[in-house]
Design a protein around this ligand. Sequence first.
Ligand SMILES: [Zn+2]
Length: 246
Amino acid sequence: MTLQMAAGMVPLLVRARMAAGVAHGVPWGISLDGLLASEIRENTKAAARAAGTDYEPYSLDAVPEDLDLPLARCTGDGGDRWHWAATFAYPEDEVLGPNVQYWSARPDQHALDQMSAELPALVSERQGRYRSRVMPLPLTVCRHLVWRAVGDPAAITELLTPIVSIGKKRSAGHGHVLTWTVDEEPAADRWEFAHLYPDGALGRTAPHSCLADTAPAAATGGEARMGLRPPYMHPACRAQVLLPAT
Ligand SMILES: [Zn+2]
């Protein structure tokens, strides 16, 4: 397990100043490598649209290619099980919760009527696929979200600056980012900034070998099959990993 760094890469603290906080569906924060990868992918798609050329669509059947992120790489346990040197987000100045909002949705009977030639007299709102829903939305209410990373500060700043919102339910106003700052921390321990939250707990998904030499052992969220690098939800990116502490 070693860190592979390009020239100009240093330990970094990436900070998003939030309007109100962020909504998310998993117990841990948003990954910095995931954010950077999706921004690169969006830029690639926009360039392809502008040029009138095709781009490789996201597909569950194809193994996604690894984008070249401006982050160092941890070799993990060698072979294909390497990961980017960045943690998931952790909140600063958090308003302790639980903070849960609920959103509701009901089918538009008029729209169903227009789409279907044989609509039953009553589309039940109480059962079946078209029932009404009331869904909880867990929120992290905080002033800042912070990520530790080892990477190229200028390239990371350039990718993050256009991102105005993160997390779930962005169109409903959640996860609004006011400003991004990327601060260099040249004296910081590179391995720590690639793996751990400030309290010393595991801050990202990582293979066992990453924590094999740590003493005392870092707290983790247990073990499971999950993504090791983006796109985290793609079946081909999943591996048996240690989960971040929560
Ligand atoms: Zn590692």
